[in-house]
Design a protein around this ligand. Structure first.
Ligand code: FAD
Ligand code: SF4
Ligand code: SF4
Length: 448
């Protein structure tokens, strides 16, 4: 927010750096600003456009677990607070289709379907790379069943479940139950269609389909007309049964009560990333404590080889979780399977008791690794800077945020896994280093 309002900070959102030339004190940067098809300075962020937009899309911010519109704001607190049209989904941009609803309802006149991308050239004295991280794709560990077992989710998805502005408004349900709930409108539509079809036969013969089928099966009624009726009825019955089953299921849906977190998914694993992702032990403890606040009687397990609570007050937080009844199991889970009702079952060795055991829960949460994103490779090539063996930006030991190129600094998870306070502290340090670079070689030398 502060950055967005600062008179001396120019924010180029929805933009990509294309090219960098020059050197410390005098870099020329070419930026491609993508078209939003919404004028950023006119859009008030009121949301009338999205309310009326007829095109539904997947909500990427809610990890695909909610619906969005073809005109959307990625997340509520985004800066600038402007909406964006997804041209790949918007009807106006699809051949032969017309819409224009958002332009009609926008009181600010902010919609601009003809907006084009802009190339912006800027001159800067220093560059700070704060391109962050990507999460490990849990599908790469097939034995945990992510993407195959509906009730195995990632910690990021679980964050969205816990959030009041998330897809379930802060209530944690099993995704398998939610999909049954979501299937209801379609099933209801199919049942209504089937009923209309049967009515065509029932009305003229003044007989219900249930009475008819008894007579038809008993051989009392024959002929093409009755064969068609029987066919329509036999197609209708399973759809009706499915709707009844789904409705019963939905009535008995409860929030998640048994919860298991699996740590080091893709981290500290010779097959994927050897390093520790640093923040996942603490975010799992945080998520477990929030889940416990939602349901004080919940059974919560955290499966970890060890808990890395490295930071001021972190060990106390870990102890608080243990005292709140959260069970820490020292183990690397071998496999997750599921029961017929989609309840996940964990198979693991409890390394303390040296027993191989299994545990049935309602939901499994995977603490996936922090990996360097595609930007790391892109900017290492563009700027000619080194990466670490793990693919994060290589920085010097002292001064800690300097990359291998003078005037280019890296901070936050782009430099390696770290939590928010450390990323923010690094960002301040990087800004200070950049200011020294701008002050000239002497200031940089003295500070080094
Ligand atoms: C499930 C989960 C829960 C967490 N909970 C906590 C918590 O409670 N407390 C805590 O301290 N930490 C938590 N963390 C860790 C936290 O997410 C990181 O510490 C933090 O996000 C790092 O900030 P960053 O700015 O370095 O990177 P990021 O947050 O990844 O930000 C990088 C930004 O750069 C942008 N970007 C990338 N490439 C480009 C490009 N080419 N051009 C323009 N922009 C680009 C990205 O879109 C992104 O907005 C959690 C992590 C996870 C996975
Ligand atoms: S033109 Fe229509 S489909 Fe496209 S964003 Fe506007 S309202 Fe949605
Ligand atoms: S922080 Fe914890 S869960 Fe994350 S990689 Fe390190 S040990 Fe594993």
């Amino acid at each position: 927010m502060e950055v967005g309002r600062h008179p001396r900070i120019r924010l180029l959102a929805y933009s990509e750096v294309e090219k960098v030339t020059g050197d410390v004190g005098n870099f020329q940067v070419t930026v491609r600003k993508k078209p939003r098809y919404v004028n950023e300075s006119k859009c008030t962020g009121c949301g009338s456009c999205a309310e009326k937009c007829p095109t539904s899309t997947v909500d990427a911010y809610n990890m695909g677990m909610a619906k969005s519109k073809a005109i959307y704001k990625y997340f509520p607190q985004g800066i600038p607070s402007a909406y964006t049209i997804d041209a790949a989904k918007c009807r106006n941009f699809q051949e032969g289709k017309k819409c224009g609803v958002c332009a009609k309802v926008c009181q600010a006149g902010a919609i601009d379907y003809k907006q084009e991308e802009q190339i912006i050239n800027i001159e800067v004295g220093a560059i700070i790379l704060a391109t962050g991280y990507e999460l490990f794709d849990a599908r790469r560990i097939p034995e945990y069943g992510y993407g195959r077992l509906p009730n195995v989710v990632t910690a990021m998805e679980f964050e969205r479940f816990l959030s009041a502005s998330g897809p379930t408004h802060g209530h944690v349900y099993r995704p398998s139950d939610l999909s049954v709930k979501e299937s209801l409108p379609e099933l209801e539509k199919a049942v209504q269609k089937g009923l209309r079809e049967l009515e065509k036969f029932e009305k003229p013969s003044e007989m219900s389909s249930a009475e008819f089928i008894k007579k038809y099966d008993g051989g009392e009624l024959t002929g093409e007309q009755y064969d068609n009726w029987a066919k329509a009825y036999k197609l209708f019955v399973p759809v009706m049964e499915k709707l009844e089953g789904a409705s019963q299921k939905v009535e008995s849906i409860e929030t998640v009560h048994r919860l298991a977190f699996i740590q080091c998914v893709g981290s500290r694993d010779m097959r994927y990333n050897k390093y520790c992702s640093g923040f996942c032990c603490m975010h799992s403890i945080k998520e477990a404590l929030i889940a416990r606040e939602h349901d004080p009687t919940a059974e919560i397990y955290i499966f970890a080889m060890d808990i890395r609570a490295v930071g001021k007050g972190f060990e106390e937080y870990h102890n608080r979780a243990a005292n709140a009844g959260i069970t820490f199991v020292r183990s690397r889970v071998a496999e997750v399977s599921e029961k017929a009702d989609h309840s996940p079952v964990l198979l693991f060795e409890d390394t303390k008791s040296r027993e191989v055991r299994s545990l049935e829960v309602d939901l499994v949460v995977l603490a996936t690794a922090c990996e360097p994103g595609p930007a790391a490779l892109k900017f290492s090539k563009m700027l000619g800077i080194s990466l670490t063996d793990f693919g994060f930006y290589q920085t010097r030991t002292i001064p800690a945020l300097d990359t291998s190129r003078p005037g280019v600094f890296a901070c936050g998870c782009a430099q390696g896994p770290m939590d928010i306070p450390e990323s923010v502290a690094q960002a301040s340090s990087a800004a200070a280093r950049a200011a020294q670079a701008l002050a000239g070689p002497e200031a940089t030398r003295l500070a080094s």
